[in-house]
Design a protein around this ligand. Structure first.
Ligand code: TYD
Ligand code: MG
Length: 458
């Protein structure tokens, strides 16, 4: 028997309602509700899969009897990725990989598949968006064509994908992309909220009960969120975003949710002729185009997860031609910028009230680490005073409202990274200095922004 009903769901967050609503009560988006026909048939894809797979109907067991298997992680041997994931792909884990079109999601997933195949893992690659020929061309370019363990199929019907999983028994399934997969039991079109959610649910259940790892690729909307329902992010275990600017070759992989590890780690890659290459020394990479002896350019040593990273903070302070000065921050928190400007005005007496101020973390990275506050403050002061900082100087420190420089975590790691890259002086919080003697770099303790300004210039 087939029963039809109509529901309305929010295109932004997936909230469902029996009637149309002008504004979503969950995510507050206006005019986001669309009508979706919902057909419930007796035999759903899930039921079909369950009937043939006993583990889906498993009985409860005692926790202590579940056992801890040691090989819970599948190492991808792409160390930048393994670090972001925790320590590899977890068996039975579901990973959602989002990113702009053309950023390299398909490339990365094919490279992951290749690395896993080398270590003896069987992979099913569902290339739902591209023809087999296109995928094989890419594989050829990446030099991964001759793998005997990667199965590939161009299929969008989730019930058939289940069939293939049953037949091939892969350990890892890649779905490229989740937005084009559909469940024939649901009447709404592919890509609609209902479809995406249903398919993700089905695949997740298979992953959990059969211990298959899933890598779902998702598109992002213009606003930067993963398209389709936000609930997708709740369903999966790990959400990774692949970021980077179109006209630059580097890519940053960042975890925004991770049930099996930290969300602080980033992985840095570079897109080359033969796919994505890991960038082993990102600091060098981010500092490559740094202008020397230019006012407004300061290098800061920040921490991304467990890894120290040297970044150039650029500031441009220019007389505003309108009554209301512009303040803009790229890669740095806007409110934090305003706070630092206020501190500079009030505590240091800099007259910034008629100045436009632009801040940029060079290289397009986004810094959340408060230890780069001092660099932002000094970069603004440097640009305002038209004075360049000393050549081999790096700074770190959080800035407080009284213009005090507060201590940072893991100072030794940051100093070592700076010393490794040839920096000779480091302006740092007084409280951090005593504990870390590092050879080759002079540590300059400061307790306020004023003190830092005195030692910073040529
Ligand atoms: P792709 O993985 O198709 O992106 P997505 O799946 O995120 O849409 O990557 C496409 C881009 O990467 C495309 O602009 C070509 C470029 N590319 C290289 O530069 N080198 C390579 O080896 C490959 C495979 C792609
Ligand atoms: Mg793709």
């Amino acid at each position: 028997m087939v029963k039809t009903k109509t529901i309305f769901s929010c295109q932004s967050c997936g909230y469902q309602s029996a009637k149309w609503l002008g504004r979503c009560p969950d995510c507050s988006t206006w005019s986001s509700f669309v009508e979706e026909a919902f057909v419930e048939s007796k035999v759903s894809a899930q039921a079909a899969y369950a009937s043939s797979n006993s583990s889906l109907n498993a009985e409860p067991v005692l926790l202590k009897d579940v056992g801890n298997s040691d090989d819970i992680h599948l190492k991808t041997r792409i160390s930048e990725l393994d670090r972001v994931l925790g320590s590899g792909i977890v068996r039975g884990g579901v990973i959602l990989l989002g990113g702009d079109p053309g950023i390299g999601k398909s490339t990365l997933s094919l490279q992951i598949a290749h690395q896993l195949a080398i270590s003896g893992v069987t992979i099913l690659y569902v290339g739902a968006e591209e023809s087999l020929r296109q995928t094989s061309l890419r594989a050829q370019r990446l030099g991964v064509l001759d793998s005997a363990r990667i199965y590939i199929v161009n299929q969008t019907d989730v019930s058939l994908i289940m069939e293939y999983i049953k037949k091939i028994k892969p350990e890892v399934v890649v779905i490229d992309s989740i937005q084009v997969i559909f469940n024939p039991d649901i009447a709404s079109g592919p890509g609609s909220v209902g479809q995406v959610r249903e398919c993700a649910h089905l695949l997740t259940r298979v992953a959990k009960t059969c211990g298959i790892s899933m890598l779902l690729i998702g598109h992002v909307t213009k606003e930067g969120a993963i398209a389709g329902p936000r609930v997708l992010e709740h369903i999966v275990d790990t959400v990774l975003y692949f970021e980077g600017e179109r006209n630059s070759s580097y890519r940053i992989l960042r975890a925004v949710k991770n049930r099996f590890g930290s969300t602080n780690e980033i992985g840095v890659f570079q897109m080359g002729k033969h796919g994505l290459e890991e960038v082993e020394n990102p600091s060098e990479f981010f500092l490559a185009e740094r202008p020397m002896r230019t006012a407004g350019s300061i290098v800061s040593s920040v921490l991304e997860g467990s890894r120290p990273l040297l970044l150039e903070i650029q500031a441009l302070v220019a007389r505003s031609s309108f009554g209301y000065p512009t303040r803009r921050a790229e890669g740095f928190d806007y409110n934090r910028l305003n706070l630092i400007i206020a501190v500079l005005e009030k505590r240091l007496g800099l007259h910034l009230e008629n100045e436009d101020i632009f801040i940029n973390a060079a290289g397009g990275v986004r810094v959340d680490d408060p230890s780069c506050d001092l660099a932002v403050a000094l970069a603004i002061a440097s640009s305002f005073k038209e004075k360049a900082a000393k050549k081999d100087i790096v700074v770190m420190g959080e800035v407080g409202l009284a213009s005090e420089v507060r201590s940072v975590t893991q100072a030794a790691l940051r100093i070592n990274e700076a010393a490794k890259l040839g920096f000779r002086q480091c302006i740092m919080p007084k409280n951090n200095v005593d504990s870390h003697p590092v050879s080759g770099i002079e540590l300059i303790p400061v307790s306020t922004i004023q003190e830092a300004l005195e030692v910073m210039f040529e």
